[in-house]
Design a protein around this ligand. Structure first.
Ligand code: SF4
Ligand SMILES: [Zn+2]
Length: 323
């Protein structure tokens, strides 16, 4: 790793999020760190972004990204492709320094960081006490222990998540829970049912539910399955269906960043209607207005019937992996 690369983040970009009932700018920074210790989830290739990085480099990466931060109010998301509360990735001293950087920038309305549940403790969250609105994002993926353990290989239980979420809430921070739409070996229909049921079970702990539409990353076990046609990423119609169902029932912010939408490795429909559905999901993210998704009922694309038939026969046929 050259020193110039270690002082720049993997990526950073500006887009919009939803905060206090309105759209707000959002700066996302992906810091390069030593990476996730677990590295065993079937769909994850984030370990490829890790490197031997010092704590000083991490602060330099963040400073580099903040140079292009907006002048108006915004949300700052700092992701490490691992766990922000893992001491091996981000030390306690670095966390406190980052909290000070956030505190001095009054435009930052909220800081979002990600962590596995085993790293959550009141002491570590206290490192970030200077941050006025802190959100801890936890990749639970599903409330179903069997799916999480056997198909995703996540390495923690729903109880571990609940314990961590309670600590976060008791510390006065909020929880964002990631749910994965369509892990491997789960049919399209079961995948929709699983995220809806999971949303029910996490909504007491979460102020935001983020639906991650599974995409096929390089050099992962999921890619191995996908190349052999044992896996097809979720249909965008499934995402719309799940978002509508989850949002309809609860007072929770529901987000879904349609990463890779319309591409064969990402969530996709037939190719003709992907763009309009993807744009509707993005608009829903920043408005939380279900009307945006309901208007998609007027999209008269032939693939909708194929998708509906697939849901009907999904339990009998393994054709959800085709197309
Ligand atoms: S999904 Fe998260 S916990 Fe799993 S290997 Fe990737 S970074 Fe680690
Ligand atoms: Zn279509």
């Amino acid at each position: 790793m050259t020193s110039s690369k270690s002082k720049k983040p993997v990526a950073s970009w500006l887009d919009y999020d939803f905060f206090e009932n309105e759209a707000i700018k959002c700066l996302t920074v992906i810091l390069r760190t030593v990476g996730c210790q677990w590295r065993k989830c079937t769909m994850c290739g984030y370990w490829q972004e890790s490197a031997d990085i010092s704590q000083a480099d991490i602060l330099a990466q963040l400073e580099h990204s903040l140079r292009t931060s907006p002048d108006e109010e915004f949300i700052l998301k700092i992701f490490t492709s691992g766990s922000f509360l893992d001491e091996r990735e981000i030390s306690s001293g670095t966390r406190r320094e980052i909290a000070r950087m956030v505190e001095t920038r009054k435009e930052i309305k909220k800081l979002v960081v990600e962590t596995r549940p085993e790293f959550v403790s009141a002491e570590k969250i206290a490192d970030l006490k200077a941050v006025e609105h802190l959100e801890l994002a936890i990749g639970l993926e599903t409330a179903d222990d069997f799916i999480r353990s056997n198909y995703i290989n996540k390495g923690f239980s729903f109880d571990d998540y609940r314990t961590a979420a309670r600590i976060v809430n008791e510390c006065g921070a909020t929880v964002k829970t990631y749910l994965l739409l369509k892990p491997p070996f789960v049919s399209e229909k079961k995948a929709i049912e699983d995220v809806i049921k999971s949303a029910d079970l996490v909504s007491d702990y979460s102020s935001t539910i983020s639906l991650n539409l599974c995409n096929v990353q390089k050099y992962t076990r999921l890619e191995y399955l996908w190349k052999r046609r044992y896996y097809r990423p979720p249909w965008l119609w499934s995402a719309v269906d799940a978002i509508k169902e989850i949002k309809n029932k609860r007072d929770v912010v529901v987000m879904s960043d349609p990463v890779g939408a319309g591409h064969k490795r990402g969530p996709h429909n037939c190719g003709s209607c992907d763009f309009v559905v993807k744009e509707a999901i993005k608009e829903f993210n920043v408005t939380q207005d279900l009307g945006v998704l309901e208007r998609l009922e007027a999209v008269d694309c032939e693939c909708k019937e194929v998708w509906q038939a697939l849901l009907k026969f999904d339990d009998f046929l393994f054709c959800s992996n085709l197309g």
